[in-house]
Design a protein around this ligand. Structure first.
Ligand code: TRP
Length: 339
């Protein structure tokens, strides 16, 4: 008797550098939480990253670093199938089949490609100046990532919604042609709760984002974390005067990460006067450090040479390939490559 199977949640992670608190709260933790209600498949989109990172050593570092980050943040590889895209060659075979059923016009309208074109036209250059086929075909490879695992939902940020819609479109084209023999599952976007709720403020009060340079990286050594928290801007109201707690991201961050009673008491003391920002910064440092210290330790262990990182990923790839090869077999026979 087969078990009633749970729906599959799948997402790809493309690292663009050091992970920060905003990533943890906005992406990593919500995705990990989904493991309670879905069968989860999470992978490192390392072949996608080739088009963004041209330095081979940097790419190697990023691959290990993303993997170590998610494991340190609590990804349980016995529960979540965790693998590298590059370790599942079936994805790349499917990529070709999908490109044969994808209209070029669809890809012409993809956000990233269209933005590059518009910039070129604006600058009076050839519209395709500097555009490579990796950028143009990016959505097809992403569709292959999703469809080969028969994912039901894909948790992504807003910037990736169009890509998931494209995967659904491409699946539809395939199903229209070959659906009597094999049909892909049509995937849906899942916007994690936290994206809808409040975002993590960066040290300057704007949304924490790498592009603003206002992040709190997850794995800073303790002394650097302390220095960074100390440098968060606050107004210069003297200690004895009442303060608006919400005027600084020091308090906003404390609110997000601190225990409720501490937060309530600090709010009261700031509003009453007599509490300085320096003291709030100490509280925030303690709260963050308590939360991040065990993760930092696990991350460092995993990043060390000879750790079990590669083994974990290899085991994940093996499980991912079981599913991928089953789907690919159906696809090959549906299109007539195999009998
Ligand atoms: N494009 C995604 C990003 O930049 C990463 C990604 C690659 C992905 N393949 C995927 C996400 C498949 C979800 C599903 O964040």
């Amino acid at each position: 008797m087969s078990q009633p199977s749970r729906k599959i949640s799948l997402t790809g992670i493309q690292s663009t550098g050091d992970p920060h608190l905003g990533n943890l709260v906005g992406a990593i933790r919500p995705a990990l939480k989904l493991a309670e209600s879905y069968e989860t498949m999470y992978f490192i989109a390392d072949f996608h990253a080739v088009n963004a990172v041209r330095d081979p050593q940097q790419l190697q570092h990023n691959i290990r670093s993303v993997a170590a980050t998610w494991l340190a943040a609590g990804l349980d590889p016995s529960r979540t199938i965790f693998y590298r895209q590059s370790a599942v060659p079936e994805i790349f075979e499917l990529n070709w089949v999908l490109s044969c059923v994808t209209g070029k016009g669809l890809l012409n309208r993809a956000h990233a490609y269209k933005a590059a074109r518009d910039r070129n036209i604006e600058a009076g250059k050839d519209p395709d100046d500097g555009v490579n086929m990796g950028l143009f075909n990016y959505p097809v490879l992403m569709a292959a990532d999703i469809l080969i695992m028969e994912a039901n939902v894909v948790p992504v940020g807003k910037d990736q919604v169009q890509h998931v819609e494209y995967a659904a479109d491409i699946a539809g084209s395939f199903n229209h042609l070959y659906g009597d023999k094999y049909s892909f599952v049509i995937p849906e976007v899942l916007i994690p709760e936290s994206e809808k709720a409040r975002t993590v403020p960066g040290v300057d009060g704007r949304k924490m984002s790498k592009s603003y340079g206002n992040t709190i990286p997850l794995f800073l050594p303790e002394n650097k974390l302390k220095k960074l928290v100390r440098r968060i801007p606050t107004d210069s109201t003297p200690v004895e005067e009442p303060k608006d707690p919400d005027s600084s991201s020091v308090f906003q961050l404390l609110e997000l990460f601190g225990p409720d009673d501490l937060v309530a008491e600090t709010r009261k003391r700031l509003e009453a006067g007599g509490m300085g920002w320096g003291e709030v910064k100490n509280q925030l440092f303690e709260v963050l450090n308590t939360e991040l210290a065990p993760m930092r330790e696990r991350y460092d262990e995993l990043m060390a040479a000879g750790s079990d990182l590669d083994k974990v990923l290899a085991e994940g790839a093996e499980r991912a390939r079981e599913r991928a090869s089953r789907v690919l077999k159906s696809v090959r026979s549906a299109v007539g490559i195999d009998a």
